[in-house]
Design a protein. Structure first.
Length: 459
């Protein structure tokens, strides 16, 4: 028998609940601390997005009369053809083409049609296109905050959104008529869906969402197809590995992405009479870098240039208007691949110089030149360079924080694969760095938050 406890047992006096105070008629209940905090965070996020929108509109107003050049002119021309009901490229390229991916062009064509400017002069269309891009750029700020919130919580998300709002390369790209900001939105959307797949009980739902967004990303930039690899691996997280239960979500994700892309692939087969999954750009990308002109350029080695200006490819592009685009793409690829095999040392040189240019370390003249190809003037190109260097330093610090190291592996696979998909061809800033910039901003936010917490701890 257990011995009784030492000392007399004292019964606790019953605790009387405090009488509830009746609420006045029409008075909502006071929110608790958690709800109050959520409301404050939500209000702060809205304010940051409003600021991001205002900054981008201010940039557009500060750079009036922007003229479209190079790729921007193509996007505008295809969009006009679509808005006028003539389909992709029919009234612009005057021949079957799949050179430009359709995602951004169809969106821009829809914007022109809604705004009623499909038959307006180019300056009027440019204003509409830039305002639409401002909205896309603001959505990109929101998706950066969404991914940061899922990974590191609301504080880092707010800081990341604030930094993205003022990050000059993203601001200037939000004033161009380029596909990259829209692609970055789809890319981050894929990543957010992958994160939710790992956390939610609705695994199939988020796998399908990731597949849809991946398909749209591929239709916006063809090299996004490489993202299907980490996305499928993220969705393949059940045991046993080869069971139907485990294989279902990744297979569904890839299948949905392929299904989204397939109508465009079928269209290409019917119009070009060749299998072209998305675009015929690869041949031009390879040939523009792998040639004697680029290899022996003393001022800017391994810098891409248009194949029309390369003597070695003149026999292929001399009658480009009457050459089947898919056939030309194959011919350019084969000749460029042969050149790369004949100059293996140059293949190693190319990523060195493209990485240097991605960091804006090949001189201000080259960075201004590449900025002008997307209609960004020299002054804003310089501001973008200084801003990138500052954020890059913060990102390096943020990458060594404990918080960054805790992020899942697949988060960092996205910028790594985006970098690898272009580093052997061409990287022109700020355009081709746009898919990497959201991750630079998020790492910079981690550095800022870590510094703020250290200061607060000392106090």
């Amino acid at each position: 028998m257990a011995s009784p406890p030492d000392g007399p047992t004292v019964e606790a006096a019953p605790v009387r609940a405090a009488p509830e105070q009746p609420l006045r008629a029409g008075t909502p209940p006071r929110p608790g601390p958690v709800r109050r905090r959520r409301l404050l965070i939500g209000a702060a996020a809205v304010l940051v997005l409003v600021a991001a929108l205002a900054i981008r509109l201010a940039y557009v107003d500060a750079t009036p009369g922007m003229k479209l050049v190079a790729d921007g002119r193509d996007y505008d021309g295809h969009a006009v053809s679509i808005a006028q009901g003539n389909g992709y490229s029919a009234s612009y390229a005057l021949r079957p083409t799949a050179f430009r991916p359709p995602g951004f062009t169809y969106l821009l064509g829809g914007v022109y049609w809604v705004a009623g400017v499909e038959r307006a002069a180019a300056p009027e269309r440019v204003i509409v296109a830039r305002r639409a891009q401002v909205v896309i750029g603001t959505v990109l700020v929101a998706t950066i905050g969404l991914v940061a919130a899922l990974l590191w919580g609301p504080v880092v998300a707010l800081v990341a959104m604030g930094l993205a709002a003022v990050y000059v390369p993203l601001v200037t790209m939000s004033g161009t008529v380029m596909t990259e900001p829209l692609f970055a939105v789809f890319m981050l959307g894929c990543l957010a869906a992958a994160i939710m797949h790992r956390r939610s009980a609705h695994r199939w739902r988020w796998a399908l969402v990731a597949g849809v967004l991946a398909g749209l990303a591929i239709l916006t930039r063809a090299n996004a197809a490489i993202l299907l690899l980490p996305l499928a691996l993220v969705a393949w997280d059940r045991r046993p590995r080869w069971s139907l239960r485990a294989l279902g979500p990744p297979v569904a994700l890839v299948a949905v992405a392929v299904l989204i892309v397939s109508p465009w692939t079928i269209r290409n087969a019917r119009t070009l009479h060749h299998f072209v999954p998305v675009s015929t750009q690869l041949g031009s990308l390879l040939a523009g870098t792998y040639n004697d002109d680029a290899r022996t350029d003393k001022n800017h080695p391994a810098s891409w240039r248009s194949v029309r200006h390369i003597a070695a490819y003149r026999d292929l592009v001399g009658d480009i208007a009457h050459t089947d685009e898919a056939v030309l793409d194959k011919q350019l690829r084969r000749r460029a691949e042969r050149y790369a095999l004949d100059h293996p040392g140059y293949v190693v040189t190319v990523p060195f110089w493209t990485t240097l240019r991605a960091l804006d370390l090949d001189g201000f003249d080259w960075a201004r030149h590449t900025a002008r190809t997307v209609s960004i003037d020299g002054r804003w190109a310089d501001r973008g360079i200084y801003c990138f260097w500052l954020f890059a330093l913060l990102a390096v610090v943020g990458a060594f924080t404990r918080t960054a190291r805790r992020a899942p592996w697949y988060v960092w696979s996205f910028p790594a694969l985006m970098y690898l998909s272009v580093v052997f061809f061409v990287i022109e800033t700020p355009r081709y760095r746009t898919p990497l910039d959201p991750f630079i901003v998020m790492l910079a936010a981690l550095a800022v938050v870590a510094a703020g917490r250290r200061v607060a701890a000392r106090r």
